[in-house]
Design a protein around this ligand. Structure first.
Ligand SMILES: [Zn+2]
Length: 370
């Protein structure tokens, strides 16, 4: 079978094809002048998916307690759980998987034909040892931290969470890149740079990444996202501070969760498939907008995770991470940074704007009859 590096998102596979392939037109995605890989000519990628595909068991062989509703085709499962393929058809994905996995095609062909599942997902003993949340669900953790044990929950496997945090960490070197924070101002005078930083600890109120009394600096990657994040209203005056970073930072980038590659050395694909779900949930919860009717208890789960990430140390005892980066739910192109130590940034200038127009969209979520 012939395909190209553009058929993939996964960087490891792309780089193998780019290094070895010959230029041509891809019969799968139609890209011209691209590095082509021919399974008849090159065996480098053969068996590459064996470890990953062995995570999946055909429905007939799954334990009887496995819910049918969670079974999917192999292609659906791969597309849903891993960011490997680009936007090519399900049929092409299936054919590529078969062509690169001759051993599995011979030994266990039904995995390509039947619905599949991950048996360990419902194996209590396995989950106790290998899941960030032990054998529990996210909602059990939320219930426990809100109403049972706030400071010493044993529902999070800290060793595992630490490992995944390291997997998705990244460095932010000092560069020309600037970050932003917005504040709604009382009048058109706005706020000077000296008043654009994180609030003093006496005034720090609950946020997704900080508890009452703990001051953390929330920044965005562009001004537009800032306006969305502070939910500025029409005719509000808004000051937006521009921040320069003062040292190289290491952050846990929750947006990278779906990028963790199943092809790395020593990657436990089963554990990763199971924990990905929990990690995605953390990203989703971090970016969930705060609502007026929220109880401060609603922020406890992410506050706990953020405090834990802040507590992770290097071998020499220094903190490993300076903050957390996560998706903005308010602005799809934006991302947010919650910085543990506000001193790592300096507000260099601020500008004040008047919000001229807002665009509201709505979605029906319920109705009542008289
Ligand atoms: Zn292609």
């Amino acid at each position: 079978m012939v395909f190209c590096s553009n058929c993939f998102h996964n960087l490891e596979i792309k780089s193998i094809i780019d290094e070895r392939g010959l230029l041509g037109i891809c019969p799968v995605c139609g890209t011209k002048d691209v590095k082509i890989y021919d399974t008849e000519q090159d065996s480098t990628l053969l068996g590459m998916f064996d470890n990953l595909l062995s995570v999946y068991t055909a429905e007939d062989d799954l334990p009887s307690n496995y819910p049918h509703s969670e079974c999917r085709t192999l292609v659906e499962a791969i597309k849903n759980e891993w960011d490997i393929f680009s936007d090519i058809s399900d049929e092409d994905i299936l054919n590529i998987l078969k062509s690169l996995s001759p051993t599995i095609l011979e030994d266990y062909p039904i995995v390509f034909e039947k619905l599949v599942g991950i048996p360990e997902k419902y194996d209590k003993d396995y989950l106790l040892k290998n899941s960030i949340l032990h054998a529990e669900k996210w909602d059990d953790f939320v219930e426990s931290i809100k109403h049972k044990n706030r400071f010493h929950t044993d529902l999070i496997d800290k060793k595992l969470l630490r490992k995944y945090c390291i997997d998705i960490s990244k460095k932010i070197p000092i560069s020309k890149q600037r970050f932003y924070r917005g504040r709604v101002a009382k009048n058109e005078d706005g706020f000077p740079p000296s008043e654009m930083g994180a609030p003093p600890k006496e005034y720090a109120s609950n946020g997704r990444a900080n508890s009452d009394g703990i001051s953390r600096l929330y920044l965005t990657n562009d001004r537009e996202t800032t306006l969305h994040e502070i939910r500025a209203a029409e005719y509000d005056y808004v000051s937006i501070g521009t921040f320069k970073q003062l040292k190289e930072l290491t952050v846990v980038d929750l947006k990278q969760i779906h990028k963790i590659s199943p092809f790395g050395v020593d990657v436990d694909c089963t554990a990763l498939a199971i924990n990905r779900e929990h990690l995605l949930k953390i990203n989703q919860e971090m970016s969930r907008p705060m609502r007026r009717g929220d109880s401060p208890l609603d922020y406890l789960p992410t506050q706990y995770i953020c405090d834990f990430i802040m507590s992770i140390k290097n071998e020499d005892g220094t903190p490993m991470f300076d903050g957390i980066e996560y998706q903005s739910a308010m602005h799809s192109r934006g991302s947010n940074l919650a910085i543990f130590n506000p001193e790592n940034f300096k507000c260099t200038y601020s500008r004040t704007y008047e919000v001229k127009k807002l665009h509201y969209t709505k979605e029906l979520i319920g109705r009542h009859k008289s």
